[in-house]
Structure formats: C-alpha cells, structure tokens
Design a protein around this ligand. Structure first.
Ligand SMILES: NC(=O)c1ccc[n+]([C@@H]2O[C@H](COP(=O)([O-])OP(=O)(O)OC[C@H]3O[C@@H](n4cnc5c(N)ncnc54)[C@H](O)[C@@H]3O)[C@@H](O)[C@H]2O)c1
Length: 430
C-alpha cells in the first residue's frame, strides 16, 4: 500500500497535459452541461463508463458535477456509457448526461473520444474490462472490490504497472476515503494527533437481506460477486481502516456465516439490490456476514464486522481509532461530523468533541458551500473524480491504486481462509 494521499495536497489548477497514450485534445468548452468555465480552454478528458445502475448513477453524478465545482486541469466529458440492453442504456445516457451509448464494452474501449474507462459492473467483469482498457491505452477507474480473486487482482496490478510506464493510470473506487471527515481523520492521524495507534474498531452494517424472500441477485452468487458482505462491505472497511491507520494488516482471524442458504430466483431486469422473484429457488453461495479481528504491522489491533443482517441498520459504517494521545470516531450516517478526543487535555475538560467538517480548510471543502452547509454520500464520487483528474494531469499514480486494491483482496482471501479453518490466525500475503 502506498502512502495515503492527502487530498488537499493536490495542487488545484496545476495543469500539465494528460500523459496517457489516449488522445487528450485542448479546446474551448462550448458544450453546455459538461463542466467548466466556457471561456477557458482546457484539455478535455473523455470518460467512458461501463454499467449504468447504482454505481453508474453515482459515478455519472461525479463526472457531471466535478468540473462545475472544482478548478480542474482538464475538462471531463461524458463521452459514452455502456450496457447490454440498447433501449435501457440509451435511456440511462439521456438521464445521466452521456453523449453516446454502446452495448458492447469492447466498442466503448476502442472509441477515440474515451480516455478514461470507468468500470461500474459486478466483480466478475472487472478484470477483463480493465485489462482490455489498459491494453487499449486508456486510464482506468474500477469499482471495488478490485476483482473477484487474488489471481485476477494480481494480473490487473501487473497490467497497471506496465501501463503506468506508458503514462496511463489505474485507480480503484474506495470512495469512502473521499468523505471530507475521513480525509480529515487521515490528516489528523498523520499529524500525530492520536499518537501511537492501539485499536481500530470498524463495523459496516446493512439490513437488506433480512427478508428470506429477497431474490438471489448477482450479489448473492460467488461466480458474479466473488464473496458476499465480505467483498462488498468488508472491502470498504478494510481499505478505510488501513488508509486511516496508514499501515497494513499483517494477519486476521475470522468467522463467516450464510444465514439464508436458498433464495427465490430473480426474473427480468435486476440490479444487485433489487429484483422481482419467480417460483424457483437457488443456493446462496456467498457469506451473509463476516466478523474478523486483525493485527496491524505496528502491533495495533483491529476488529471488523460486515453484515447485511443488522436489522434496522441501513448503511452504518462506523470506525473508531484509539491512540495513546487521543481517539477519532466517524459514522457514515452522520458524515459531516468527526468526533475527536484529545487525551493530552486536562482531565476535567477532556472528552469527545464534535468537529463539524464543513470548514474551507477541511479536505475538499474549499470548493463547496459556506460552513455548516453539509455534504452527502454522492460527494464522495465527485471527489473521487476530482482526485483522478488531478492525478492524470500530474502523471502520478492515483490512490487507492490497483496495488492497494490487490492488498485489500489479499486481506479478504485471508479472512475466507481463516473462516474455513475455524478462525485460525492467517497472515496476509505480501
Ligand atoms: N463504492 C461504493 O460505495 C459501491 C456501492 C455499490 C456497489 N459498488 C460496486 O460497484 C460495482 C457495481 O455495483 P452496482 O451496485 O452498481 O450494481 P448494479 O447491479 O446496480 O449495476 C450493475 C451494472 O452493470 C451492468 N453490467 C453487468 N455486466 C455487464 C457487462 N458484461 N457489460 C456491460 N454492462 C454490464 C448492468 O447492466 C448494470 O447496469 C460492483 O463492483 C460493486 O461492488 C460500489
């Protein structure tokens, strides 16, 4: 894992032309609706996106908005979107502001007006699309988890590293790093505000599988999703824990469980989170919940819980770090806030205080609203687009890189191995 990047270190406006093999053309922005100041000539950066459902909508919002809010070195253009159903993808293109629609991702990758391929499909297609896009000279943004297996992720890293030599970048979409409060927490840890780290305690709780009649969508099948709560929610919290701690996990000890082993088969159009069921049923082949403890390389201890069965919890990602000089705590359901306890303060005044993370000198917030006018979930995707555009302009490897994604994949694999062996402590491969 590379050194965590401080998002506000990126020099706004420090424009150098993108270095990738893909064409980046300078032109005045005359197009309505795709970004920046119409009077300023900036190189355009064509984006092509595969997948148009949940993440497709979130990433579209990011690409559509980023140039209107941030002063970028290039001008993202929503060139083309891809899905397999021609009518549905055309409708998604119109709804989300994409100029063209494709029904084959190979055709999208070959387009001259696409410089960045943004992969928003289930995990079973990440490796194939990313490898082809890198081979075609494009930059790549790939949703998490990076792949369905360690072997796929290793191949993606190898391709990304050789593509980097040609000026192409590859980033994985761990967007929770891009919430201003988590980015501030990272900055405070790096500044030594909590001192030597002792504990990281993190849970990611949802409840959309509590109903045993919820259909067997792609998220519940190993061949399409790789794993269940582990790869979906666990990947996020492993990345966030390591990012905030600034170090890697060395080993884990785990339990996983599949509570409902048979579910109704879906019919018609489905997404990972919604579908209509039919009469038949099929086996659930992924975990429903994963609990694990871990040891960081420094000796700090961590605990993780990822589940879709936490009745009443919708998207409750909570993380707390305890150090010898203080503690930090974040809750995604209150994402404009960061709790901080400074243990060096006199005991009679000490205690957790709420930092309202809306000040202009907080990460990303110089471009947003006046203090106190909060941001939401979608802004993490706008910030993700911002950071990738800057990295491309500066020719530096973006974070989280594919190598960071591979390292998370190795943690997930160690969790599965440990769970299969009755929680035996399992070192993470390096
Ligand atoms: N960063 C986050 O917070 C977050 C949240 C949800 C999902 N994800 C990740 O995003 C990815 C997509 O998840 P989602 O929730 O958007 O799923 P989804 O089911 O809502 O959408 C998947 C999309 O991929 C398309 N698709 C599937 N195979 C395709 C193919 N071969 N060619 C073209 N299009 C294809 C589908 O038509 C659909 O549009 C997954 O990797 C998931 O883990 C990330």
């Amino acid at each position: 894992m590379g050194q965590p990047q401080q998002p506000d270190e990126a020099e706004a406006g420090a424009a150098t032309p993108a270095t990738a093999g893909a064409a980046v053309t300078a032109e005045a922005d005359t197009g309505a609706g795709d970004g920046a100041d119409a009077t300023v000539a900036k190189p355009s950066l064509g984006v092509g996106m595969v997948g148009y459902a949940f993440m497709g909508a979130a990433h579209s919002q990011g690409w559509r908005t980023v140039g209107r809010v941030f002063d970028l070195p290039s001008r993202p253009v929503l060139a083309a979107i891809c899905g397999r159903d021609a009518t549905a993808v055309r409708s998604a293109a119109d709804r989300h502001g994409w100029a063209a629609a494709e029904t084959d991702w190979r055709a999208l990758i070959e387009r001259d007006d696409v410089d960045v391929v943004d992969i928003c499909t289930p995990g079973d297609s990440h490796a194939e699309i990313a490898l082809a896009a890198l081979a075609a000279g494009k930059h790549v943004l790939c949703e998490k988890p990076l792949a369905n297996t360690v072997a796929e992720a290793e191949a993606m890293v190898e391709a990304a590293e050789s593509a980097y030599q040609r000026g192409q970048l590859a980033m994985v979409g761990f967007n929770y790093r891009r919430v201003p409060a988590t980015a501030l927490a990272r900055r405070m840890v790096a500044e030594g505000r909590i001192g030597t780290l002792r504990h990281v305690r993190v849970t990611y709780l949802q409840d959309w599988l509590v109903d045993p009649e919820f259909p067997l969508t792609w998220r519940l099948r190993k061949e399409s999703a790789g794993s269940g709560s582990l790869g979906d929610l666990g990947a996020h919290i492993v990345d966030l824990a390591q990012y905030l701690a600034g170090e890697r996990l060395a080993g884990v000890s785990a339990l996983t469980e599949t509570f409902v082993r048979e579910r109704p088969l879906p019919v018609g159009a489905t997404s990972g989170l919604a579908a209509v069921s039919s009469a038949g049923t099929g086996p659930v082949t992924v975990d429903d919940a994963a609990l694990f403890t871990g040891r960081f390389t420094s000796g700090a201890l961590a605990s993780f819980e990822a589940t879709r069965y936490a009745t009443g919890r919708k998207n409750a990602l909570r993380i707390e770090l305890n150090g010898e000089r203080g503690s930090l705590a974040f809750d995604l359901e209150r994402l404009n806030e960061l709790a901080y306890h400074d243990a060096t303060e006199p005991g009679e005044h000490a205690g957790f205080r709420r930092i309202l993370v809306t000040e202009p000198d907080h990460p990303y917030l110089d471009a947003w609203w006046p203090p106190g006018h909060g941001l939401g979930y979608e802004h993490s995707f706008i910030h993700q687009a911002r950071d990738l555009v800057h990295a491309i302009a500066e020719g530096r490897s973006p974070e989280p890189s594919f190598a960071d994604g591979l390292q998370v994949q190795r943690v997930l694999a160690a969790v599965e191995e440990s769970a299969e062996k009755n929680s035996v402590y399992t070192p993470i491969a390096v």
